[in-house]
Write a protein that binds this ligand. Sequence first.
Ligand code: BGC
Length: 763
Amino acid sequence: MKKEQSIYELNNFDLDNYNILLYETLFHNANGYIGVRYNFEEGYPENYQLVTSQFINGFYNYTSMKQAEKLHGFVEEKQTMVDIVNTQSIKVKLEDEYFSMYEGTVIDSRLYVDMKKGITVREVIWRSPKGREMSVKITRMASFYQLSLFTIDYEILPINFSGDVVIESAHDGNVANYFDPNDPRTADEEIIHMLPVSCEIINGASYIMAKTTKSELGVCSSVKNLLFQEHELSYHFGENYTVSKFTTKAKKGKKINFIKYTVLADSIRYHNYKNQVGIEMRKALSVPISFLYEKQEEYLSEYWDHCMVEIDGNEDLNITIKYNLYQLLQSVSKDQYGNIASKGLSGEGYEGHIFWDSEMFIQPFFTITNPVFSEKLIENRYATLNMARKNARILGHKTGALFPWRTIMGKECSGYFPSGSAQYHINGDIAYSVISYYLATKDITFIEKKGAEIIFETARIWIDTGNFHEGRFYINDVTGPDEYTCMVNNNYYTNALAQYHLRWAVKFYQIIKGSENFDRLEKKIRLREEEIEEFKNAAENMYLPYDEKLKINPQDDSFLQKKKWNIADIPANKFPLLLHYHPLHLYRYQICKQADTVMAHFILEDAQSMETIYHSFQYYENITTHDSSLSKCIFSIVAAKLGLEEKAYAYFQNTARLDLDDQYKNTKDGIHTANMGGNYMAIVYGFGGFRLKEEGIFFAPMLPKKWKGYRFKICFENSRILVDVNKDTCEFILVSGEAKKITVYNKEYLLKDKVSMDRPGRE
Ligand code: BGC
């Protein structure tokens, strides 16, 4: 039977195999503003561990960061994405028996996410201990049409009984974040983040106002329940919770419909957020829920059309890819007040922080499918440029802006600077994303107004960090992407990216010089012509480590002097190494957590010959543990570039189901959004050989042996192009927009309507 390509369904949905924390993540609902982990509304037996959080993108509290030895400029306060409220609880009582998956008999059940409709659904046929049978369908939606809205929609069918039914729906402000003192990837202590301000019922809707303990942010949540048949309603409430209790009659064979609406508004986005919640609630209630479902599907239909990727005849893989892309849409902020956290809005891992994951792993997907999301992400960085300036001063730079390694609102949150703040490549990564956005859209106005300011200010940091020595430009004491090698001189990735960044700073200067916006910017940041000369000089003389004997780019100046550590000799239970070995121990070996030089060979492939890239790939492959989920996708792409098809495919396969199979054993803390973007990149940039460059767009499609064919759509300068790769041929179809020049297998074509060619290297 052909599977529904838009449904990811939990296999064997039975309670014996039900991993609550994992499924809280995998079935969460989010829309880029709100995120709600997936929980059974009726609850679980006591003492089960749960993380029932609900988040708002960009909403945080401060907590103190303990520094045992307080050196100058150390971070003393970090931000945490806060669990703001719990509006999930709905208890259904049939006469004297509460519905529970853990009591009575679950006759049949299904749990799935429908990615076409944008909903998560649980369907259960249940027999109570006393023999009452009902079927219930529970649909959850975080609305893309109305970002403030989350709904839970019940359809209850009494199968063999009539009688009293009670529905109790709670709105609970008494929530707390998850913590684990033994895992550096989660918060380490229990902290109260939200203080109640008020709790009231207005026009049948409950309103809970709360404020954060330290960051002085406020949030208002409102819940309204609708029961579409005759009933009695009463309320119970306390300082920060309310329960709405509906008493009604069930009639055998007659459906009972019940909807719980949650709306949220926060003080980051609205001055009068309580008022806004009222407006949002009225808006949600002004239309039938069927209208909201239609809008959800409409929104998704456009999304799927724009980012279409299809593998011929591989249904499971198609669902997996779709699942990953669905999560990226759920996670990405739709406004400049949020970004995309490394765990999206699905869990509290990394405390909701954003990293370079956003620019280097997720934006490459959005920039060529839905560039408007990349624009928002860049705007979010732009909005925090002043904090990046302050951060640069803290680190001793007199000019320029240095973005934090990890953050929510713009201030640095990294407590351990060698693998945190020292990752100066973050500046290059952000610049790279701005350049890519420009290359894909040619939106020069955006560059003039925002992009260039980011580019120039961050470029200044290279000049101040690095220095000329005997005619070459060196960048010392930084950390590259590989977090098992810290505080090094001339990290190849960093230097190569800084070179690209500085060259583009010069180019943008030349492109926008003379425009009104530029004049304003020049004055604002006091940009001097001599600085542009400095940028040029540093770029042209940038030192890029190269080893003649091995014909590779060493990861940094001292990397090749270090001892080797055979990965095969490390016991399986010692991975990830970061949880079992002291950092200093790791730093002294040639061992990599993730793609570093290999990553540079992907994003800056023209900086080195194929031969060097080949040797580097072979070299680093042997010493990379892939303890970071940001690694395998990059190895897949570079393997594909080198024609190492089997390797490329194996790495790709590892990325596809990373969360669905809980490969890193921490999906309970949230999805790995960078890997999800990487999974897409492995198809389009890897197998498809897609590249976005100053000279235009490039393709070099290969066909993995396991596939019969595949196709994907990309967006370039407002034109949408369909790429269709088959056994013998590949075809490029202009779906919409103006004709475009494309380069396929190093040959240029003008794509007006359709271009087809034979695929080289076919069997
Ligand atoms: C990786 C970083 C990444 C972070 C967040 C770490 O394990 O080493 O490169 O940015 O996770 O995903």
